[in-house]
Ligand binder design. Structure first.
Ligand code: ZN
Ligand code: ZN
Length: 115
């Protein structure tokens, strides 16, 4: 069995959140809970395109200096046109404190507050 390769909620595996460069992972329970709620509301797969990032990876992908991806408090998900319209509202309902949608790049950044 590969490291981090196990189910952590009904629809997510820890592996989906690990840093692509070093396989380190940190994930806040409230971030996972909000993603799972969003998954259930959408009734379709939620694809994590970026979960935890170590400092080196965050720099490599051009993340902001204090990115919450480095604290296990943020995740990016793939978002296509059909979902985009309602995503902001649904994500706030699911418990995310901040939602940034990047329509041209078909993804959304979702984060929870760290308190
Ligand atoms: Zn890394
Ligand atoms: Zn992000």
């Amino acid at each position: 069995m590969r490291l981090n390769d196990f189910k952590i909620s009904e629809n997510f595996n820890l592996r989906e959140f690990q840093c692509p460069c070093c396989h380190t992972v940190m994930l806040h329970g409230r971030l996972l809970a909000a993603l799972q709620r969003l998954r259930e509301t959408l009734s379709r797969p939620v694809v994590i395109t970026s979960g935890y990032r170590c400092a080196a990876h965050n720099k490599a992908v051009g993340g902001v200096k204090n990115s919450l991806h480095m604290k296990g408090l943020a995740a990016d998900i793939a978002a296509d046109g059909a979902v985009m319209d309602h995503l902001r509202e649904l994500a706030h309902d699911a418990g995310f404190s901040r939602v940034i949608i990047y329509p041209a790049r078909s993804f959304a950044h979702l984060e929870i507050s760290d308190d």
